[in-house]
Design a protein around this ligand. Structure first.
Ligand SMILES: C[S@@+](CC[C@H](N)C(=O)[O-])C[C@H]1O[C@@H](n2cnc3c(N)ncnc32)[C@H](O)[C@@H]1O
Length: 333
């Protein structure tokens, strides 16, 4: 296996991301945060396309930081790698003495590096330890989840995070299997899933392990809770005129992005007010119409773009005080 980051990953919708960020990054001294640095593909694109821009690259995976760091070393101090979870964006920038940024890019999910490193247990295609932590130095492993969560909680995770129709049956079979011996390998789990999902459904429902592996990965890495905090936190770091671009690969993530953008792009005034007070006017403008998908050319170039949903928004004024912080229960427009 090569450790050359550039040869291992084609960034999804790179040119579209650059076009969307360009108006925001044109300013002298512009800073962009790549919150999901991965192998640095998008960041390299930004550093090349906008020679005056500085990029702060975050990743929770130390291995990604190391590989991307090597790839991006030629850009010198225009690139700053930081080991962090992306909802920490505000603290990271404060530590670096950066008050506001002109761009934030998020390319969610696992990287091809993580999928390719068999031992990390993200892939159902090869037998490996049941791990699935994006940061292999911290947190619960997938083995701890399947061997310690009770049946109801397992079923809930598989149903909600994996949208798995057979969640209850799979959870029951996991609990039964682990009573004999703990599940420690992805291969054992894949065999159990094959046996749990009816043969007729297996023909149409894709790989029988796909949904369960997605669900466990989301649980192990707390992906949805982190994203719920990270999108508003990222918007908060944007200067007026700054833009955020997010690429999501499954509907649960895309819904979180859509809602957070809609909260900023919708008036917060009560509907019965005759005149909208200035403090209630939207502070974001949606730059994409709905979610953009990959076209034929992109799909041919890059199979990973298959399920991408790209959304972008621009800050048009500061966030009013009453709209700061999490916005539970606000509905998307
Ligand atoms: C799809 S890859 C990004 C690929 C990158 N855009 C490129 O061109 O090489 C997603 C990366 O985000 C990282 N990641 C996922 N969730 C994260 C989080 N909550 N905080 C920080 N990094 C995260 C993963 O470790 C992975 O390296």
């Amino acid at each position: 296996m090569t450790d050359d980051a550039a040869s291992r990953h084609t960034p999804v919708l790179l040119q579209r991301c650059l076009d969307l960020l360009e108006p925001a990054l044109a300013a002298e001294g512009a800073v962009m945060v790549d919150s999901t640095l991965g192998m640095g593909g998008h960041t390299e694109g930004v550093l090349r396309a906008f020679p005056h821009v500085r990029v702060v690259g975050l990743d929770r995976d130390p291995q990604a930081l190391e590989l991307a760091g090597r790839r991006l070393a030629p850009f010198g101090d225009r690139f700053t790698p930081v080991h962090a979870i992306y909802d920490e964006i505000g603290d990271v920038l404060a530590r670096l003495g950066i008050a506001q940024v002109q761009g934030v890019l998020m390319d969610l999910g696992v990287s091809s590096l993580q999928l390719d490193e068999v031992d990390r247990g993200f892939s159902y295609a090869q037998d490996a330890p049941l791990d699935m932590r994006m940061d292999a130095t911290a947190g619960l492993t997938a083995a701890e989840v399947v061997n310690t969560y009770d049946e109801r909680e397992l079923a809930r995770i598989l149903r909600v995070y994996g949208e798995e129709r057979f969640a209850a049956r799979i959870a029951r079979n996991i609990v039964r299997a682990r009573a004999a011996a703990p599940l420690t390998r992805t291969g054992e789990l894949v065999d159990l899933l094959r046996a749990s999902i009816p043969a007729a459904t297996r023909k149409t429902g894709g790989h029988p392990a796909k949904r369960t592996f997605q669900a466990l990965r989301i649980e192990v890495n707390g992906e949805l809770e982190v994203l719920e905090r990270a999108v508003p936190a990222s918007i908060e770091t944007l200067a007026v005129g700054g833009r955020i671009v997010v690429e999501a690969y499954q509907s649960l993530e895309d819904r979180i992005v859509k809602r957070a953008f809609a909260a900023g792009a919708t008036s917060s005034a009560p509907p019965d007010l005759p005149v909208e007070p200035e403090t209630h006017a939207p502070y974001l403008r949606l730059v994409t119409r709905g979610a953009e998908e990959a076209d034929e050319a992109e799909l041919a170039r890059n199979p990973r773009s298959q399920s991408v949903r790209l959304r972008a928004a621009e800050r048009i004024r500061p966030t009013p005080d009453h709209m700061r912080g999490p916005q539970p229960g606000r509905r998307a427009a």
